[in-house]
Design a protein around this ligand. Structure first.
Ligand code: SF4
Ligand code: NI
Ligand code: NI
Length: 732
């Protein structure tokens, strides 16, 4: 049974609403008035992604309204059959455009309606459109598989308890939950808040807004994922839709009476391959058999609705069982534990916390042995600060000491994954909080050991056979561990710092981001880390040895094609193969000539400044304008997606401190502008590199936002400070 009538009627309603809002806004502000979502390079992303049209002002929105009017078929009678399906899908798509316009006008008229943050506050719940910083940060989780997709929930559950149960179930399945629209006078997100559930991006429970139109932010997020990580051209709507169908496992949960307007939105989502699963009886929008799975599944009881949705969408979720009394999974990684909720705290400048992973002989490790040395949680009062040492000792026939830092780095997220536990930092600046809720459920410090034992076996079973864990809370024991740990850290650091690209015949690839940016390959060399900053050469080497078929493969660099630009035969061959012919060559050390591809999760992006005769770089945390005329988000939008973009290159923060940073254009001596905070962080390294090349106090000569944010503003400063770039050969 086709119920095209509801979709079409809904599409008309949404269109009329948008048109009315638009006419009123034009009267008030005029057609030239700018409209946008905050801090994004993707304009109104659904419209931009599908039509390729950047809506910049109200007049532009008017053009889109005209277009969507053409897309919606005339109203049809209740049981009439449409001769083909296209018009229903088109009506759905038009409704998405119109919802987006409604929301853009809301941003214009009520700029404070949404909270431009990651978390709601006590008096403000709605987060609205995710800005590009959030998109990229969260997108990485889609890339590395810690989040397979999202559930868009519209409406509300019958009770807040049911809402909380459903949310927990979705979190345990590692999904994001995007919430919009109300039903029975409340929203799903309000119900969660009333049930005391922590909501916001960090816990993956995202309250977009109270109206159905705010569901468009979920579709906008998906569209931008395709543009940003998939490198798809705006307007290539087929690719945007297929990308989402194949890579973003999303579905809609309709909770409550489905109105015509919800129908229209559901039809829009079918274009993306996102099915709707409802708790009320509703008929199919399209006949079954059109797609590989049903588009609408209805009348599902609440206890089964999440499982049903996952089944319909064909999502394979692997839930890891870890023997702890709290829920466990990546959705609990970002929860915060503050103030009154803290039961125990260690580190964070108040006490010493330190963690270390070391390799031992087989007979020195007793697998599964977990010791708590010092007071456990039951022995201390709520709100206590303790010193903390975590020592993980591993053994295995294939284990090497090179793997120690890789295993040690797991401690951070593995502990964070436990609900009610928070972990920040690493090494001797670790910081741990355990919440009252976890302790009430029976959590003890020995469970930290249980987590590490279970998960390290699960994820690194190929290299280790035995894991034992000691947790110390006695000050002198922690101090002993600290001393031992610092010696180990120093040895580890010395290893990479002494290495050069010239001496090393093998580089490593990283193609982890290909799941989202299919043509992207990072080539990681001893002097150039992956552009996300998470992988250096040693990490990739270890990762390859641990998982020989994984994303980090050795590359024999082969014959040098150009030493200055950083081009090698073996690297080109590898990149050609790994990008399936899309990229035939690139240079590791140049920004002007065939620079490396950029995927979208770079920590920084560098751009050429022709007037200043140098290079600037900007990191993700700096939100203001830059001398190249673009903010980070705009830059990232124009240079990401796995493409080569001469004049721009994505890189890690650490790479700035490498001798090979834009070496072909003169290296660090070309760097003329960077955000002040980043400069301060890297000051020592920059000055050392400068001094090696005969320039003293180089960091003081580099401009930042306090000097200016245009080339004209910074140039006199560079001249005055005798910045070396001023007298170098022309960069272009
Ligand atoms: Fe992505 Fe490159 Fe980082 Fe690998 S090293 S995760 S490909 S950015
Ligand atoms: Ni946690
Ligand atoms: Ni990436």
């Amino acid at each position: 049974k086709i119920i095209a009538a509801n979709v079409v009627a809904g599409a008309h309603k949404v269109y009329e609403k948008a048109r009315k809002k638009y006419e009123m806004a034009v009267q008030k502000y005029g057609k030239k008035k700018e409209i946008s979502f905050p801090n994004t390079g993707y304009y109104l992303p659904v419209i931009y992604g599908i039509l390729g049209f950047p809506v910049k002002n109200l007049g532009d929105a008017g053009l889109v309204l005209d277009r969507s009017e053409q897309l919606i078929p005339p109203l049809i009678r209740e049981k009439a059959h449409l001769p083909y399906l296209g018009p229903i899908l088109d009506a759905g798509m038009a409704s998405l455009f119109n919802y987006e316009i409604i929301e853009a006008i809301r941003y214009l008229e009520e700029p404070d309606f949404y909270l431009p943050a990651e978390d709601p506050t006590d008096d403000k719940l709605w987060l609205g459109a995710a800005d590009d910083v959030i998109l990229r940060k969260r997108g990485v989780e889609f890339v590395d598989g810690t989040a397979p997709g999202f559930a868009a929930i519209v409406g509300s559950a019958p009770t807040k308890e049911i809402a909380a149960e459903m949310a927990l179930e979705l979190q345990k399945k590692n999904l994001y939950v995007f919430m919009a629209a109300q039903h029975n006078g409340t929203t799903f997100s309000q119900q969660l808040r009333e049930a005391g559930v922590q909501i916001g991006w960090p816990t993956r429970l995202v309250p977009f807004g109270p109206d159905i139109s705010s569901a468009i932010f979920a579709v906008g997020f998906a569209t931008r994922a395709a543009l940003s990580f998939g490198g798809i051209e705006p307007g290539d709507f087929r690719k945007v839709l297929i990308y989402n169908k194949d890579r973003v496992f999303a579905f809609v949960l309709a909770m409550g009476d489905v109105s015509d307007e919800w129908y229209a939105a559901a039809a829009g989502c079918i274009n993306y391959g996102f099915p709707t699963i409802a708790d009320t009886p509703i008929p199919q929008i399209l006949p079954t058999g059109v797609c590989t799975y049903e588009h609408v599944v209805s009348n599902i009881p609440h206890q089964e609705i999440v499982a049903k949705a996952i089944e319909v969408r064909g999502l394979k979720v692997t839930v890891t069982e870890v023997p702890v009394p709290t829920a466990y999974g990546p959705a609990f990684e970002g929860e915060r534990i503050r103030g009154e909720d803290i039961y125990m705290e260690a580190g964070g400048g108040k006490t010493q916390a330190v963690e270390l992973t070391v390799m031992k002989d087989m007979n020195e490790v007793e697998d599964g042995k977990i010791e708590v040395i010092g007071p456990d949680l039951k022995d201390i009062e709520a709100g206590t600060r303790v010193p903390l040492g975590i020592l993980v000792e591993v053994a295995g026939r294939k284990m090497q000491s090179d793997f120690e830092p890789i295993l040690e780095r797991q401690i951070h997220h593995l502990i964070n994954y436990a609900q009610g536990l928070m972990h920040i930092g690493q090494r001797d600046i670790a910081w741990v909080r355990i919440g009252k809720g976890a302790v009430e459920k029976g959590f003890s410090l020995s469970h930290i050991g249980s987590i590490l034992h279970a998960k390290l076996h699960q994820d690194f079973g190929s290299v280790l056979d035995k894991v034992q864990v000691k947790v110390f809370t006695e000050k002198d024991k922690v101090d002993d561990l600290l001393k031992q740990a610092r010696e180990v850290y120093a040895k580890r650091d010395a290893r990479v710092e002494g290495m050069t690209d010239e001496d090393e015949p093998i580089f490593y690839s990283c193609t982890l981001c290909q799941s989202f940016a299919p043509s992207h390959v990072c080539v990681v060399t001893p002097e150039r880390t992956g552009l996300c900053g998470a992988y250096n050469w040693l990490d990739c080497k270890a990762s390859f040895e641990i998982n020989p078929t994984g994303p980090n493969q050795p590359i024999e660099k082969g014959k040098v094609i150009d030493e200055r630009l950083g081009q090698w035969e073996g690297v080109n061959e590898f990149v050609q193969k790994a990008s399936r012919g899309k990229v035939v060559k690139y240079n590791a050390y140049s920004i002007m000539e065939d620079p490396m591809t950029s995927c979208g999760c770079f920590e920084c992006i560098a751009a050429v400044l022709p007037v200043a005769n140098g290079v600037m770089t900007v990191d993700r945390d700096y939100k203001g304008p830059t001398p190249c005329g673009m903010k980070f988000t705009t830059l990232a939008g124009s240079a990401g997606g796995g493409n080569i973009t001469p004049g721009f290159v994505g890189h890690s923060k650490l790479y700035i401190g490498s001798k090979k940073f834009v070496a072909a254009e003169g290296g660090i001596l070309r760097l003329v502008w960077m955000p002040k905070a980043l400069k301060e962080m890297l000051k020592e390294k920059i000055d050392r590199l400068g001094a090696e090349r005969g320039v003293s106090n180089l960091s003081d000569r580099i401009a930042d936002e306090t000097v200016g944010v245009t080339e004209d503003e910074i140039y006199p400063f560079l001249q005055e400070k005798e910045h070396p770039a001023v007298s170098m050969d022309s960069i272009v």
